[in-house]
Every structure is written in structure tokens, then in C-alpha cells.
Design a binder for this molecule. Structure first.
Ligand SMILES: Nc1ncnc2c1ncn2[C@@H]1O[C@H](COP(=O)(O)OP(=O)(O)OP(=O)(O)O)[C@@H](O)[C@H]1O
Ligand SMILES: [Mg+2]
Length: 422
């Protein structure tokens, strides 16, 4: 099959045609190489890359070759009748070098472009396709209220996973730019999605063990303390605190986990809540996904408003709604996992070394230490104060701000906590 040039190319400098207005990042100029316009990596600026290659992702070049990609796609029975005489449009969404690269792929279907997502991996990850299929069949189909994107195919020769593009608004946008009660509603929906997933999803993926976790924490601690400065003292202090906290956790009931559940992975589309990015599915302590979500909100709060606690309202509503929906009492596991994720994120900051990383990593270590130094039960129930703070901030209408559901769920969560003796 021959893949033709797109009718409305993007890059003036590429073939001296007008700059595209409707679909940034089009590629596929046969004989002229491939150019990809994209945003990739944390805090990365838009960049134009010619013929992206990555020795760590051996099939990346083939995926970026429109002729090669079209050849593979034409072998699939996709749900749309796409016009194989038209160019395929590719837009680079995120590129983690030597690991994975995500694209938006647009195929011409009648008068429109059908968009889907393709993710190419350094290693075989056909397991993700299988896992998405199994989760979908367990009641999380793309039309369900609580969903994941429909997996379309895994192209083994290209190590390329294809799945539906989820339209909608990221929960992160609503939480970071709260208008009316949108942040509250978004936090509630994220909480309900997680509680439902943990209760109903199939038990798949690598199994979390506390011992493995502690040995990873130890390595991350060493990597930070080797850097010296404030890390030399704070990282081991946090690790020792985590070890002590781990000893008091008791038996952990594992359940299905997403692995990187954050407000950026949740797409809200009408009444549907769709969760993307299934690379890290696992069997884990239910508090791990809760904790990661909260730490990510704090990191965003620090990044955008200079205070870890600027979005505590959404974080508090998320925690309360989750525990009410999961019919669970808040346990010290939440504090343990939050503090552990603080250490992991500090290590991540050290590895990435983006500008200002030292301050960010140190703030993470401080936050981990603060969490562990708070009485676990007091810490776990600290979200109560969020409701109180809410009442002060929105004196005449907590319900208007938090909406009735959140408010009632909050009360239910408090009642559950009281019953549990916490
Ligand atoms: N099903 C989807 N629908 C819409 N957009 C998607 C979908 N899957 C991925 N994306 C977009 O592509 C980006 C990268 O995808 P994804 O998060 O899966 O990659 P990643 O390499 O795991 O990145 P991260 O480091 O953020 O976890 C997402 O932030 C999102 O903008
Ligand atoms: Mg990811």
C-alpha cells in the first residue's frame, strides 16, 4: 500500500506548503523523511524532530515510517473503514527515551479524521493489551460509566499498542483550575472510579510485596544520599521512618491497582470516567493508588502555586469519597504509602535533574518526614479538617461548593471512621 502525502501539510520548511491550521504535527512525506512535532518529557518545550530514533526503542523508526505503519494497520480489522489512499497523521504526545513513546494516529475516514492512540515500547508489552481486554470485560468497557479506553490491537512486530483516544477533560485540569465545584466533582469521580476498579477488576499483574518495596526504597534512599547536601541526612531519616512504619502495618489485603493513578490519567467525558495509561497495572495495597493520587495533587500544587497544600480541598474530598465508596476505614497504610511515594518522587526528581530539582526533591523528603511524624491516625483523619476548612471558606454554602453528594459522602466517611474507632 502506498501512503500519500497529506493534503494539508504542517511544515512550511519541509515542502514549501502552507502551515497547517487544524491538526498540528502531521507527518508522512514519502521520500522526504518524517518530522514529528510534539511535546514530550516532563516540562518539555515543543520540538520538531526529524525521523525520531531511539536505540532503546528499536521499533520506533518503523512506527514513524508512514508506509510501514500503514502496512501493519491495513492488516487489522479496525472498527472504522479508513481510506488507505490517504496519509496517516502522526502526532507525538510523549516520549520517554529508551522506554516508550506515545502518538496520536489519525486515519482518514470518509470526510473526517479518526484519531486513535498508539504507544510503542522498548520491550514486548503484549501483556498490557491482554490486561486491558480483561479489565474491559469485567465491566469497564469504553461505553461504561467507569471505563478504560478500548484496546484495539497489539502489533507485536512493532511493539505497538493501539487503543481508542478518550475524548474529554482531564481531572487534572479541573482540580488545578477550580471553578465553582468542578474540582470537587472531579475528585469525587476519580475516587469512585478507583473504588469500583479495586472492587471489580480482575486480579492481574505483578504482585506487590512490602519486602520488595522496602528494598526499592532503600536503593532510592542511597541514590539520594549519595548526592550529598541535605539529602545525605534527610533521605536516610525518611527511609528509617518508613521501615519503622512498615513494621506496624499488619496484613495487607492486595487488590487490583493501576500503579500510577493520578489526576492526569483520568479523563472525564460527560457522565463517563475513563482512565488511561495501563503500563503499571499491578496487585497492590489499595492505599498505594490513593496515596499516589494525593502526592501528585501536592506536587502540582507546589509547582503551580508554590504550596503543597494549595489543592487540599480536592485531595481531601478524594480521600474521603474513596474511603466511603470503598466501605473501608482509613488505615496507617495511607500515610506509609504517601511518605514512600514522597521518597520515590524525590529520587525521580534527582534522576530527571530538571531546573530546580534539588528544591523539589527536598520538599518531597520534608513532606514524607512530616507525614510520618504525624500520629498515623491523626494524619489519616486529617482530611476532616478539609471539610471544616471548606465550611469556613464557603460559609453560606458548603453544599453549593462541595455539592450535596460530596458533603453527604464526607459525613458517611466520618461516621465510618468514628465506627472504626479511628
Ligand atoms: N486513550 C487516550 N486518550 C487520549 N489521550 C491519551 C490516551 N492515552 C494517552 N493519551 C495522551 O498521551 C499522553 C501520554 O500517554 P501515557 O500517559 O500513556 O504515556 P506515558 O509514557 O506513560 O506518560 P506518563 O509519564 O505521563 O505516565 C497522555 O498524557 C495523554 O495526553
Ligand atoms: Mg505512564
Amino acid at each position: 500500500m502506498f501512503v500519500d502525502s497529506p493534503t494539508d501539510p504542517v511544515f512550511k520548511h519541509a515542502v514549501n506548503r502552507p502551515v497547517l491550521s487544524i491538526h498540528e504535527g502531521i507527518e508522512a512525506f514519502p521520500g522526504e523523511g518524517l518530522r514529528v512535532l510534539g511535546h514530550y518529557g516532563e516540562n518539555a518545550m515543543p520540538e520538531c524532530v526529524e525521523n525520531p530514533t531511539d536505540p532503546g526503542i528499536p521499533t520506533l523508526a518503523a512506527v514513524c515510517d508512514p508506509v510501514e505503519l500503514a502496512k501493519h494497520l491495513s492488516l487489522l480489522s479496525l472498527p472504522w473503514d479508513w481510506d488507505t489512499s490517504q496519509a496517516i497523521r502522526l502526532r507525538l504526545l510523549k516520549w520517554h527515551r529508551e522506554s516508550r513513546c506515545t502518538f496520536e494516529i489519525a486515519l482518514k475516514v470518509a470526510d473526517a479524521w479518526q484519531e486513535l492512540i498508539g504507544k510503542v515500547y522498548a520491550e514486548d508489552r503484549s501483556d498490557i493489551y491482554q490486561a486491558m481486554e480483561e479489565i474491559r470485560r469485567a465491566g469497564f468497557g469504553s461505553d461504561a460509566e467507569f471505563a478504560l479506553p478500548r484496546p484495539l490491537a497489539y502489533l507485536a512486530p512493532l511493539r505497538l499498542l493501539l487503543y481508542e483516544k478518550a475524548p474529554g477533560t482531564r481531572a487534572r485540569e479541573l482540580i488545578l483550575n477550580p471553578r465553582d465545584s468542578e474540582d470537587v466533582l472531579a475528585a469525587e469521580r476519580c475516587a469512585h472510579w478507583l473504588a469500583r476498579f479495586q472492587a471489580l477488576a480482575p486480579r492481574l499483574g505483578p504482585v506487590y510485596t512490602l519486602d520488595d518495596h522496602l528494598s526499592s526504597l532503600k536503593q532510592w534512599c542511597r541514590s539520594l544520599s549519595d548526592h550529598g547536601g541535605p539529602f545525605a541526612k534527610k533521605a536516610p531519616l525518611l527511609f528509617e521512618g518508613l521501615k519503622a512504619a512498615a513494621a506496624g502495618l499488619g496484613r495487607i489485603e492486595l487488590c487490583p491497582g493501576h500503579g500510577t493513578y493520578t489526576p492526569g490519567q483520568v479523563v472525564l467525558d460527560g457522565s463517563r470516567t475513563v482512565v488511561i495509561d495501563w503500563d503499571t497495572y499491578e496487585m497492590a495495597d489499595p492505599c498505594r493508588d490513593v496515596a499516589r493520587f494525593v502526592v501528585e495533587i501536592k506536587r502540582n500544587a507546589w509547582k503551580h502555586l508554590g504550596s503543597l497544600h494549595a489543592y487540599d480541598r480536592a485531595a481531601g474530598i478524594f480521600v474521603k469519597t474513596y474511603f466511603a465508596a470503598a466501605h473501608a476505614a482509613i488505615t496507617p497504610n495511607l500515610a506509609f504509602h504517601e511518605a514512600a511515594i514522597c521518597l520515590e518522587r524525590a529520587k525521580h526528581d534527582r534522576d530527571k535533574q530538571v531546573q530546580g530539582w534539588q528544591q523539589k526533591a527536598e520538599i518531597m523528603l520534608d513532606e514524607g518526614l512530616r507525614i510520618l511524624s504525624t500520629d498515623p491516625i491523626e494524619y489519616a483523619t486529617a482530611t476532616r479538617s478539609v471539610q471544616v476548612a471548606l465550611a469556613h471558606r464557603y460559609e453560606n454554602g458548603v453544599a453549593a461548593a462541595a455539592n450535596k453528594t460530596a458533603f453527604i459522602l464526607g459525613l458517611v466517611a466520618e461516621a465510618l471512621l468514628d465506627l472504626s474507632g479511628a
